[in-house]
Design a protein around this ligand. Structure first.
Ligand code: ATP
Ligand code: MG
Length: 557
C-alpha cells in the first residue's frame, strides 16, 4: 500500500471550531458575514475582519454576506455606506448580490419584540435612562428590579404599540428584556431592547420612531441571514449570553454560533474613529483618506494593494489575546508585493545639477534600461541621457567623509545605466550651497558595452535635465510618536511634527507622464511611490512615498 503523505496544515482556533461544528453536524454549511455600522470609514482592523470572514467562507465553500448594521440613525450616513462597499470590493471580498441592510429587518425585529412580550419575556419600562443605570447595579452589587417589571402582557402590548405609533417622546418609555437583575453578567440585567427615537433613517426614512438596540438587533440579523459562525471581536464575549438568549427566546431554528478573536492594533498609528474624526476636523490631516492614516481609503491612496493587506492579515493571524502589531510588518508586506511587480525608475528628490563638461552639447542619447532587473518580464525602456543631469544633493561632497564612495573632486563613480564619470569641481552660490557639480565622462564605459577595464565603488542615479519632468513628492512618517507615548497628559494625541514632508522640486524621468492615479513604481534608492489620486495632474505630478526601501523588519521562520 502506498503511504499517503499527510498534509500538514495548521489551522487557527476559529477553523478548528468550525471543523468541529461540521463534524458534529451542528451545521452542514458555513455562512459568514461582515457587519459594519455605516458611521465612519473602514480601517485596517476592519480589513482583518473582512478578510477573515471572507476567507472562511471561501475555504469552506460557504457564503459571505456584507450587512450594514444600520439600526442607529444618529450617526449613520449614505456616504459611509458607499465608502464601505467600495473598500470591501477593493479588498477583494466579493459579496456578489449578498448585500443586506439590518434596517430591512425592522418589521421582523418588531415582531420578535411582540413575541417576547407575549411570552412574558419583555416589558415596557418608564424609568429614565439615568434611573435604569442606577437600578442596574455593578459588578459588586446586584441590580434592582424596575417597578414596571410586572406589567401585564396586555398592558405591555398596548404600550409598545403606542411607542411605535409615536405617542411618547424620546426616552419616555423603553422596552426591556425580562431576564435576571441579579445576573453576574450585567448585560443580562433586563437590557433595553427598543427605544423611542424620532429620527430620520438613511434607509427607512420616517417609517419608524422606535429603533431596536444593538444587542437585540445584532443576533436577530445573524439569525435571519442564517449565519452559522458570527465571528466578532473580544469585547462582545460578555454579550454572547444575551445574544444566545435573544435568538432562543425569539425561537430561531439553527441559531448562529459566536466566536471571538482579538482586535488588530498597530503601533504608531491611529485607528479609533473618534481620534481620526478629530484629526480630520482639526485639519491636521487631509480628510479620512490622508495617506498617514490607516483607513482602507488612506492605505489605498498611499499605494497599498489588496494583495499586500491580505499578506499582512495572513501573517498576523488570529488570536485571543490583544496585542499591537509592529507597523513595520505592514511595510514589509507592501515591499514584498511590489518589488517584482513594479518598474524601477530614476527620480531625484533633492536635486543638484551635474554637468558633464566633455559630453557634446545639444545631444540626447537614448539608453536601453531594464525596467526591473529581477523581473525581465517587465521589459525595457529608453531613458534619455545628456550633458546636464540632476543628481541627489547627498551624492556629492566637496570634502568627503570617511567611506564616502560617491562624487567628490577626483573620484570616479558609475552613473546608473550610463557611463563612469569623474568629478572635477563644483560651483557654489553666495551662501556656500553647491549649485553645479562638474565632471567628465569616459565614453568607453557605457553600461551594457561589456567594459571591464576598471571598477568603481559608487553608483548613483540621475535624470537628464532637458527632458526631466518636475514633480512633487510627499514623504511620510508615522503620525503619532509611540515611543514617547501615544497620548499626551491632557489626553490629546502625541503627534509627530515630521509626519509629512512635501518636496516640490523633484525631477523624474519623462516616462512618468502617462502614469495614472494609484500607479506605483520603485524610485531607485528612494523607495516605492504611488501617484496621488486626489492631487496629481498631468502637468503637476504628485507622488506619495508608500515605503522606503530599507527595512528593520524581518520575518523569522
Ligand atoms: P471602531 O472601534 O474602530 O470604531 P467598530 O467596532 O465600531 O470600529 P463596526 O462597524 O462596529 O466598527 O465593526 C464592524 C466589524 O469590524 C465588527 O465585527 C468588529 O468586531 C470588527 N472590527 C472593528 N475593529 C476591529 C479591529 N481593530 N480588528 C479586527 N476587527 C475589528
Ligand atoms: Mg462598533
Amino acid at each position: 500500500m502506498e503511504a499517503n503523505k499527510e498534509e500538514v496544515v495548521s489551522k487557527n482556533f476559529i477553523e478548528q471550531e468550525i471543523d468541529k461544528d461540521l463534524a458534529e453536524g451542528v451545521y452542514d454549511h458555513v455562512q459568514t458575514r461582515f457587519p459594519p455600522e455605516p458611521n465612519g470609514y473602514l480601517h485596517i482592523g476592519h480589513a482583518k475582519s473582512i478578510l477573515l470572514n471572507y476567507g472562511l467562507a471561501q475555504k469552506y465553500g460557504g457564503k459571505f454576506n456584507l450587512r450594514f448594521d444600520d439600526t442607529n440613525p444618529t450617526k449613520e450616513k449614505t456616504e459611509f455606506v458607499e465608502s464601505i462597499m467600495e473598500d470591501v470590493k477593493w479588498l477583494g471580498a466579493d459579496f456578489e448580490d449578498r448585500l443586506f441592510f439590518a434596517s430591512n429587518y425592522f418589521q421582523e425585529m418588531y415582531d420578535c419584540a411582540v413575541l417576547l412580550i407575549k411570552k412574558g419575556k419583555a416589558f415596557v419600562c418608564d424609568l429614565t435612562a439615568e434611573e435604569i443605570r442606577e437600578y442596574r447595579g455593578d459588578f459588586k452589587t446586584p441590580g434592582k428590579e424596575s417597578p414596571y417589571r410586572n406589567r401585564s402582557v396586555e398592558e405591555n402590548l398596548k404600550l409598545f404599540e403606542e411607542m411605535k405609533e409615536g405617542k411618547y417622546q424620546d426616552g419616555e418609555k423603553v422596552l426591556r428584556a425580562k431576564i435576571d437583575m441579579a445576573s453576574p453578567n450585567i448585560n443580562m440585567r433586563d437590557p433595553v431592547i427598543y427605544r423611542v427615537a424620532r429620527m430620520t433613517h438613511h434607509n427607512t426614512g420616517d417609517q419608524w420612531c422606535i429603533y431596536p438596540m444593538y444587542d437585540f438587533a445584532h443576533p436577530i440579523e445573524d439569525a435571519i441571514e442564517r449565519i452559522t459562525h458570527s465571528i466578532c471581536t473580544l469585547e462582545f464575549e460578555d454579550h454572547r449570553p444575551l445574544y444566545d438568549w435573544v435568538v432562543k427566546e425569539c425561537e430561531y431554528a439553527n441559531p448562529p454560533r459566536q466566536i471571538e478573536f482579538a482586535k488588530l492594533y498597530l503601533t504608531n498609528v491611529v485607528t479609533g474613529k473618534r481620534y481620526i474624526k478629530k484629526l480630520v476636523e482639526d485639519g491636521i490631516v487631509d480628510g479620512w483618506d490622508d495617506p498617514r492614516l490607516v483607513s482602507i481609503a488612506a492605505l489605498r491612496r498611499r499605494g497599498y494593494t489588496p494583495e499586500s493587506l491580505r499578506m499582512f492579515v495572513d501573517l498576523v493571524g488570529v488570536s485571543k489575546a490583544n496585542s499591537s502589531v509592529d507597523y513595520a510588518m505592514l511595510e514589509y508586506c507592501i515591499r514584498e508585493d511590489l518589488k517584482l511587480k513594479k518598474p524601477r525608475m530614476m527620480a531625484i528628490l533633492d536635486p543638484v545639477k551635474l554637468v558633464i563638461d566633455n559630453y557634446p552639447e545639444d545631444t540626447i542619447e537614448y539608453l536601453d534600461v531594464a525596467n526591473n532587473l529581477e523581473n525581465p518580464e517587465l521589459g525595457e525602456r529608453k531613458v534619455p541621457f545628456g550633458k546636464e543631469l540632476y543628481i541627489e544633493r547627498e551624492d556629492f561632497m566637496e570634502e568627503p567623509i570617511k567611506k564616502y564612495f560617491r562624487l567628490f573632486p577626483g573620484n570616479e563613480v558609475r552613473l546608473m545605466n550610463a557611463y563612469f564619470v569623474t568629478c572635477s569641481s563644483c560651483e557654489k552660490d553666495a551662501d556656500g550651497n553647491v549649485t553645479v557639480v562638474h565632471c567628465t565622462y569616459d565614453p568607453e564605459t557605457k553600461s551594457g558595452s561589456g567594459f571591464e577595464g576598471r571598477k568603481v565603488k559608487g553608483t548613483i542615479h540621475w535624470v537628464a535635465s532637458s527632458t526631466a519632468v518636475q514633480a512633487e513628492c510627499r514623504l511620510y512618517e508615522n503620525i503619532v510618536d509611540e515611543e514617547k507615548g501615544k497620548l499626551n497628559e491632557d489626553g490629546s494625541l502625541n503627534l509627530n511634527p515630521n509626519s509629512l514632508t512635501i518636496l516640490k522640486n523633484c525631477f523624474v524621468e519623462p516616462g512618468f507622464l502617462s502614469a495614472k492615479a494609484y500607479d506605483s513604481f520603485q524610485f531607485v534608492r528612494n523607495g516605492f511611490f504611488c501617484i496621488d489620486c486626489k492631487d496629481s495632474r498631468e502637468d503637476h505630478l504628485v507622488f506619495n512615498r508608500i515605503v522606503s526601501l530599507k527595512s528593520s523588519f524581518k520575518i523569522t521562520k
